[in-house]
Ligand binder design. Structure first.
Ligand SMILES: Nc1nc2c(c(=O)[nH]1)N[C@H]1C(S)=C(S)[C@@H](COP(=O)(O)OP(=O)(O)OC[C@H]3O[C@@H](n4cnc5c(=O)[nH]c(N)nc54)[C@H](O)[C@@H]3O)O[C@H]1N2
Ligand SMILES: Nc1nc2c(c(=O)[nH]1)N[C@H]1C(S)=C(S)[C@@H](COP(=O)(O)OP(=O)(O)OC[C@H]3O[C@@H](n4cnc5c(=O)[nH]c(N)nc54)[C@H](O)[C@@H]3O)O[C@H]1N2
Ligand code: SF4
Ligand SMILES: [Mo]
Length: 667
């Protein structure tokens, strides 16, 4: 038996270290690496049997060519040369008839490794294809934080242990931040208090001393209301405000008077007395830290909500205290010269950019030129993208030539003209950085590729050759490129143990020294004249005032990661089917019972679920956790048939949570 170090490749803040035991060419067990500085040997329930994903009988092993109608999943096997020739021939003809911008790549985060994740960029840039704005996840959160903090580095997660008040704000940490939660637990063990601010009582509520449920999309008003009380009651750190904060006088004169606790109650649903009590406790804490999730940023007002929340620690000087402030995500972008992977310099000239949240629109209405070919890799837009009906209608277009490079025959792959089998992370090389810690790690293959599967990097090498690209760049291996990236110095990697990194161990990088607050003014910017609204305020979410009676929370599942892990029988079993959660009072009022077959619907679509009546959910809210493959859905659609292509206020982000639906019993 051989043990190889690896990294969890999924879109999760932790990038846990793995120890993979290989016997007879197969991964027989996957354990946590006890030497990993952040995950320290533990894994979440999804990854403890990763070998069952890697060696799943559902793995694609050969290229496939479509034989049945789009979406039917009927294919015949082909060789790699046949599949690549088919793609290259069709692209040549599309380029000559419509231009290269009629080709659209679509990828997101099936793997987070820097080389495999970005492998298509140089190829599609060189081709002159349309560009994809990859904004499905957190651009509004990033924009909101940046408006206040600029490029200020996020604290090290271990600092959370020193907080006397941790505010888990819109984060289901039990599901999405398993290892960050350990530091929160340690803070609590040391006597700190933990709060959860949410729209329903998630499993994370069990980790908190107090849970505050707000109306979806209203957190900005809560943050402004807390600041109103802090100011009114003089619970401010004047010295910090004077020295390190820009615009407090403007905020307190022009904005805060509009957010007394009574108005905040009307906007958020939190009783005014509770807002007052929260402000007093927050103001009394020595080092309060807000751990900010992503859910609350996926609304039409998402960036402004995040911005208002990010202002709060400034008033009490929490940004100046060890452990205090705001933990958004660690951005270690500077650790590697990513431009050497993405190669923007290969672009032939200006090309259009398509927002990935508007794929339905791009495949349906977009012209000049119309999208004639879609190349999907490590993403599953048929189920993860908003407005599923529009996406599926686009994918069903007979004149659209779709290629999908995948590990599994996903819903997207079922619509492909050509399916290419992809390696899992244990079968290819990559370089990883985390967004919940400062670890970086290099991984080499632990196994031979399963079947004839090939990595993203290899496939783009084949396509480059088929399209006649002469640049030597396309002929190097993934390891060549990783070696190149590691050979380029970065101030972030100064002092790291290069030998340990080369060996495949995780090492920690450090933000390069610089001013404390990396904004243009060098201060925390409550006032930001570069923003359309120079001061934070409450903006209503898109769905506010829309007619259907329920807000739908499209929340993460503990036992899945977006649509990944649907291949695993035992994880699906733990999710207990595709359910929708409803408050007992709402169910009673509508004559609905636990276990009923129901349909949630709005103007965009209708989705069948099994109803779970749950006291965790407040009145007026419905919760559908996780994204399901249609194969396992009770009807013909999954949750994103109910979500819209509307974008966030800043950053062009997704608004998965910003929708209203109605519900009825299915006969
Ligand atoms: N197990 C598991 N892990 C995951 C994922 C998964 O699907 N499952 N997804 C991965 C990905 S892609 C990402 S981006 C990350 C983060 O994944 P995200 O899906 O962004 O999850 P969170 O950051 O935990 O934020 C979600 C929480 O926000 C809450 N929320 C929604 N609207 C509001 C609101 O208006 N106010 C407040 N206060 N709360 C609100 C939801 O109820 C939910 O509990 O996790 C990653 N890890
Ligand atoms: N309703 C609802 N919708 C959501 C969300 C939600 O919480 N609720 N979350 C949203 C968020 S935050 C995100 S980030 C997106 C995520 O959307 P995606 O990035 O599309 O995520 P996954 O559904 O995990 O699909 C990734 C696919 O990549 C494949 N894959 C894995 N490794 C490789 C590889 O090396 N090469 C290739 N070619 N394929 C590979 C996997 O088999 C999997 O099918 O979904 C969004 N959609
Ligand atoms: S917690 Fe996240 S990084 Fe760690 S094993 Fe689970 S999915 Fe992977
Ligand atoms: Mo995400």
């Amino acid at each position: 038996m051989r043990v190889t170090r690896s990294v969890c490749p999924y879109d999760c803040p932790d990038a846990c270290g793995l120890l993979v035991e290989v016997e007879g060419g197969l991964a027989v067990s996957v354990k946590g690496d006890p030497e990993h500085p952040h995950s320290r040997g533990s894994l979440c329930p999804k990854m403890t049997r990763y070998q069952d994903t890697v060696h799943s009988p559902r793995r694609l092993t050969v290229p496939l060519l479509r034989t049945g109608p789009k979406g039917s999943g009927r294919f015949e096997p082909a060789t790699w040369p046949e599949a690549i020739d088919r793609i290259a021939a069709r692209w040549r003809s599309i380029i000559s008839d419509h231009g290269a911008q009629a080709i659209l790549p679509y990828s997101y985060a099936g793997t987070m490794g820097l080389v495999q994740r970005n492998a298509g960029h140089p190829f599609f840039h060189r081709l002159g294809a349309s560009r994809l704005d990859r904004t499905i996840c957190t651009p509004a959160k990033a924009a909101g934080l940046e408006a206040v903090l600029g490029q200020t580095p996020c604290p090290h997660p271990a600092e959370l242990r020193n907080c006397d008040l941790v505010v888990l704000w819109g984060i289901n940490a039990v599901a999405t931040s398993v290892h960050g939660l350990k530091d929160v637990r340690e803070a609590r063990r040391r006597g700190g208090k933990v709060w959860l601010v949410e729209t329903y009582r998630t499993p994370t509520a069990a980790e908190a001393d107090s849970t505050f449920l707000v109306r979806p999309g209203s957190d900005g008003a809560l943050a402004l209301g807390l600041m109103h009380v802090l100011e009114r009651d003089g619970l401010l750190d004047r010295a910090f405000l004077d020295e390190h904060v820009l615009g407090f006088a403007d905020l307190s004169r022009d904005i805060l008077p509009d957010y007394p606790p009574e108005r905040v109650e009307a906007l958020t649903g939190l009783p005014a007395a509770e807002v007052e009590a929260m402000a007093r406790a927050y103001g009394a804490a020595k080092a309060p830290c807000i751990v900010l999730g992503n859910g609350l940023s996926r609304y039409g007002n998402g960036a402004m909500t995040v911005r208002a929340i990010a202002c709060l620690p400034a008033l009490v000087g929490a940004y100046g205290r060890p452990g205090g402030g705001c933990f958004g995500s660690t951005s270690t972008g500077g650790a590697f010269a990513l431009g050497e992977v993405t190669r923007e310099d290969l672009l032939p000239g200006p090309v259009r950019t398509v927002n990935m949240n508007r794929l339905g629109h791009a495949l349906g209405e977009l012209s000049g030129p119309r999208v004639m070919s879609l190349y999907v890799y490590h993403s599953n837009p048929a189920v993860v993208a908003p407005d599923q009906n529009a996406v599926l209608a686009g994918l069903a277009r007979e004149d659209l030539f779709t290629v999908v490079h995948e590990r599994f025959l996903t819903d997207t792959a079922r619509y492909a003209d050509v399916v290419l089998p992809a390696t899992s992370s244990l079968e290819h090389s990559d370089l990883y950085k985390a967004y919940g810690s400062y670890c970086i790690q290099r991984a080499r293959p632990a196994l031979e590729p399963v079947g004839e599967s090939r990595s993203n990097w290899e496939v783009f090498g084949l396509l480059a050759q088929a399209m006649g690209f002469q640049e030597p760049f396309f002929r190097q291996s993934a390891d060549d490129l990783i070696d190149h990236l590691l050979a380029l110095p970065s101030p972030w990697r100064e002092g790291v143990d290069a030998a340990a990194l080369a060996e495949g161990r995780a090492v920690e990088v450090t933000p390069p020294p610089g001013p404390r607050f990396r904004t243009p003014s060098g201060k925390v910017e409550l006032l930001n004249p570069r923003e359309p609204h120079p001061l934070p305020r409450f903006l209503p979410p898109h769905a506010q005032g829309e007619a259907p009676p329920f807000s739908l929370m499209t929340a993460p599942s503990l036992f899945g990661l977006n649509s990944s892990f649907c291949e695993r029988d035992e994880l699906r079993a733990r999710r207990k089917g595709m359910r929708i959660l409803m408050a007992p009072g709402d169910a009673e009022a509508r004559g609905l019972r636990d276990g009923d077959a129901v349909a949630a619907f709005n103007a965009l679509g209708e989705v069948a679920f099994a109803l779970e009546v749950s006291p965790a959910v407040p009145a007026g809210v419905l919760v559908a956790e996780g994204v399901w493959w249609l194969e396992f859905a009770p009807g013909t659609r999954s949750v994103n048939a109910l979500t819209s292509q509307r974008l966030t206020d800043r950053g062009g982000g997704s608004t998965f949570y910003d929708n209203r639906v109605d519900i009825r019993k299915l006969e």
